[in-house]
Design a protein around this ligand. Structure first.
Ligand SMILES: Nc1nc2c(c(=O)[nH]1)N[C@H]1C(S)=C(S)[C@@H](COP(=O)(O)OP(=O)(O)OC[C@H]3O[C@@H](n4cnc5c(=O)[nH]c(N)nc54)[C@H](O)[C@@H]3O)O[C@H]1N2
Ligand SMILES: Nc1nc2c(c(=O)[nH]1)N[C@H]1C(S)=C(S)[C@@H](COP(=O)(O)OP(=O)(O)OC[C@H]3O[C@@H](n4cnc5c(=O)[nH]c(N)nc54)[C@H](O)[C@@H]3O)O[C@H]1N2
Ligand code: SF4
Ligand SMILES: [Mo]
Length: 706
């Protein structure tokens, strides 16, 4: 148990500035209070930070329970039992590194370095412990490259094709909106520091409308909640455009000046009158008409999306269609209007200094493998096969789709698996070698948020727990063990940050006054964006090749996509009906599995307090759908399809619309019935754009299981 300092003994404590490392757009500014024994006794949000505003979310507020968790991995281990048994013995770091290096040397000699695959995603999204670790060593080795497409790859590409940059305004700008349309996004759980600005706007009279098949925490406090069928949103957006145009509420002059391909898009729009979209979305035509009028007339309107909406087989086209809406109404470039997706492109780190991919020491670029296909890759899709997998910042057995295939792959006798982790996750159980990782309080890093516009420096607050080492420190020793002598593989984290910041600053005036020393001294450093540039696209220039909103996109066409936005049904198409009868009880229904309030993907899923608050892995099912299947609340149910099944606890509720099922994720399989979670059912099929994931295009049957 962490000691709680009272206000009057806080002066004995050292305050260390940090950054929340998790995959959350808020990237909170942390203050860790450390006592004279070097132990962290408290963690809190910085009061002087414009977005953190002195508070942390429920997940990280009691972070020390994770940092000092009794099950932290403390030293390297080697497997002694069968794969998956969790039987390990302690070894030294030297032994572990020597064994990994020698196995890899053999694999490189026999099969080539491309038979080694790093697998990681967003355990920490720092520059050094994330991006640099994901690149430098692996590029030097010539390992297969991982396409990190599990989260927002389709929406990212859709936004880039349409407006040319992920340039969301900072959340503070929401107070200037007259309407905030929160579309397939649940900030009350997933970006909680957006909420005070949304509330402030509501107090000023702003209307907030949430579009989500589930009555989420965000939807509960909205002025209106609209529940379409999943995967139908592009049809809804096209029908909104239909109403806007036929009622003359669009902005023809703006479109003529700033949009490319409006005439072609209009032809498509005219195929989606509200009655037609009503049948696709399961909404009343009148709801669509009123939504369209509100969106066009309550100006400026902000369209808030995140990545939830893109995890469908039609996710790319859906986001492209949505990104055209603010153009039809001329909301782009207005303070409080436009598209609020991600802030990632306000500043881009110099790619080469992050990756050193073009350094002479690196072999030619090897093949790229999409992480969404991990199970397939390990069981035959990759040719030549993968003989070694190195996992860090990720927990694929819990969080990646079609998990039974992943487990099948991890059980291969000829696969050498290394997992670098803070905990013995379900994935770590299949490792041949387990390495202990530091937590954010024990490592150094620099963070560039994707939800606001301040850089956050993270100074280590405490010494590593046990023998834990940071991601980058392990890369450095592995590089040395393999005889890679380049300086950029040996530099410490601070030197790496200096290099990336200085190299980026050379080509970017935003960093002119931002030095490593300043980041260290201040912890939080706002990007000095001039006032007249704070509103994205205020000058009417978009970052596309034409400088316009590209409704018609030549780049999309060149990639083999439909060059125009539009709606296509999902690949696992739902049976379109609004009713349910006894005869329908065996029909499959779409199962959504969005983010849980108390976890971040599977991270924190082993912290007792978070698990207790989250309760149990439930299946939310509408009373009508439950009735025909004879399902009651509290009952164990089984959901499944050709990929696999899992058991969940039924929660009969009209929080989900009829014809749609929902669970929340990501539960650790270990803490789920049958040691399997919903990802035993989710597809490893790729989205329409960019190899994105499709977790939410998932039809399952559901039946009582007890
Ligand atoms: N508490 C918490 N916070 C998190 C995370 C977490 O796991 N827990 N995860 C982090 C990560 S990795 C990410 S990417 C972000 C995600 O942040 P969000 O995108 O806000 O979260 P999701 O829960 O993935 O999806 C948001 C909503 O989209 C809805 N949705 C799904 N499909 C459709 C559709 O077809 N149409 C419509 N209209 N709505 C749809 C879901 O019902 C869900 O409520 O959150 C980050 N923050
Ligand atoms: N069913 C379902 N599955 C989903 C989603 C969903 O909505 N539904 N969402 C998907 C999304 S949006 C995402 S982004 C992915 C996320 O997938 P992952 O990025 O794999 O996220 P986590 O499952 O949280 O696993 C991260 C792991 O990294 C570890 N870790 C944290 N910090 C460090 C560190 O510094 N070093 C090392 N070595 N390890 C560290 C944590 O302990 C944790 O076990 O999940 C996806 N999975
Ligand atoms: S998870 Fe998000 S809201 Fe919570 S502390 Fe971290 S950055 Fe802030
Ligand atoms: Mo994500």
């Amino acid at each position: 148990m962490a000691l709680k300092p009272s206000a009057n003994n806080e002066h004995n404590l050292r305050i260390v500035h940090g950054a929340c490392p998790h995959d959350c757009p808020d990237t909170c500014a942390l203050e860790t209070l450390v006592d004279e024994h070097g132990r962290a006794v408290r963690i809190r949000g910085r009061a002087d930070h414009p977005v953190t505003q002195g508070w942390l979310c429920v997940k990280v507020n009691r972070y020390l329970e994770r940092v000092y968790h009794p099950e932290r991995l403390l030293y390297p281990m080697r497997r002694v039992g069968p794969k998956g048994s969790g039987e390990f013995v302690r070894v030294s770091w030297d032994e572990a590194i020597t064994e990994i290096a020698s196995r890899w040397r053999d694999i490189v000699a026999q099969h080539g370095a491309q038979c080694i695959l790093p697998y990681s995603y967003a355990g920490t999204i720092g520059l050094v412990q994330g991006a640099v670790t994901d690149n430098r060593f692996w590029n030097r080795l010539g390992a297969s490259r991982l396409v990190r497409a599990i989260c927002g790859y389709a929406s990212e590409e859709a936004v880039l094709l349409t407006v040319g940059g992920r340039l969301a305004p900072s959340p503070q700008e929401l107070v200037y909106s007259k309407l905030i349309l929160v579309w397939g996004s649940n900030p009350a759980s997933t970006a909680p520091h957006v909420m005070p600005f949304l509330r402030q706007a509501q107090r000023n009279g702003t209307r907030v409308i949430v579009i989500d098949p589930i009555r989420t925490l965000t939807a509960r406090s909205a002025d209106q909640h609209i529940q379409p069928f999943p995967g139908s949103d592009a049809a809804l957006a096209l029908a909104m455009m239909y109403v806007i145009v036929t009622e003359g509420l669009h902005k023809p002059e703006w479109l003529a000046q700033h949009a490319l391909g409006w005439e072609q898009l209009l032809e498509r729009v005219l195929q989606f009158p509200p009655e037609c979209a009503a049948a696709i979305t399961g909404l009343a035509a009148d709801t669509i008409v009123r939504l369209a009028r509100d969106y066009a007339t309550l100006s400026p309107a902000m369209l808030r999306i995140s990545d939830g909406i893109n995890r469908h087989t039609n996710g790319g086209q859906t986001v492209r269609t949505l990104a055209c809406l603010p153009a039809v109404t001329g909301h782009y470039g207005l303070r409080g209007g436009g598209l609020m997706y991600s802030t990632s492109d306000w500043l881009k780190w110099d790619k080469e200094s992050v990756s050193h991919a073009h350094d002479a020491a690196c072999p030619p670029a090897p093949r790229s493998l999409n992480m969404n296909r991990l199970g397939a890759i390990l069981t035959g899709e990759a040719d030549p096969p993968i003989y070694s997998l190195y996992v860090y910042n990720g927990n694929p057995v819990a969080s990646s789709p079609n998990a039974s295939k992943i487990v099948e792959g991890l059980l291969r006798d000829d696969l050498f698996t290394v997992v670098h982790e803070l905990f013995e996750t379900d994935t770590a159980r299949y490792a041949d070698i387990v390495l202990p990782a530091t937590s954010q309080l024990e490592q150094l890093d620099l963070h560039k948020p994707y939800g606001h516009l301040s850089l956050q420096y993270n100074t280590p607050a405490i010494a590593p727990v046990g023998e834990a080492r940071s991601n980058w420190d392990v890369m450095r020793v592995l590089a040395a063990a393999l005889g890679f002598t380049e300086k950029w593989l040996q530099d410490d984290a601070e030197t790496v940050i200096r290099e990336v910041v200085e190299t980026t600053a050379a080509g970017n005036p935003l960093l002119r006054d931002i030095t490593l020393e300043r980041l260290q001294a201040e912890g939080t450093v706002p990007l000095p964006i001039p006032d007249e540039e704070r509103v994205p696209f205020a000058n009417g220039v978009f970052r596309t090749p034409s400088g316009k909103v590209e409704m018609y996109s030549e780049q999309a066409r060149a990639k083999g996509y439909d060059p125009l936005p539009g709606w296509v049904p999902e690949v696992e198409a739902r049976i379109e009906r609004n009713t349910s009868t006894e005869a329908d009880r065996h029909d499959p229904l779409p199962l959504l599995c969005p983010a849980a309030h108390h976890f971040i993907s599977s991270s924190l899923g082993n912290v007792e307090r978070m698990r207790a608050k989250e309760g149990v892995p439930t299946l939310r099912i509408h009373p009508v759908d439950a009735e025909v299947r004879g399902i009651r609340s509290g009952q164990l149910v089984r959901v499944g399809n050709a990929r696999g099944w899992c058991r969940l606890i039924a929660d009969v509720t009209d929080d989900v619309r009829q014809g749609v099922l929902a669970t929340t994720t990501v539960w650790w399989p270990r803490f789920s019935p049958d040691q399997r979670n919903v990802n035993w059912t989710t597809p490893d099929r790729l989205a329409d754009f960019n190899g994105g994931s499709t977790f939410y295009t998932n039809l399952v049957w559901v039946e009582a299981a007890d």
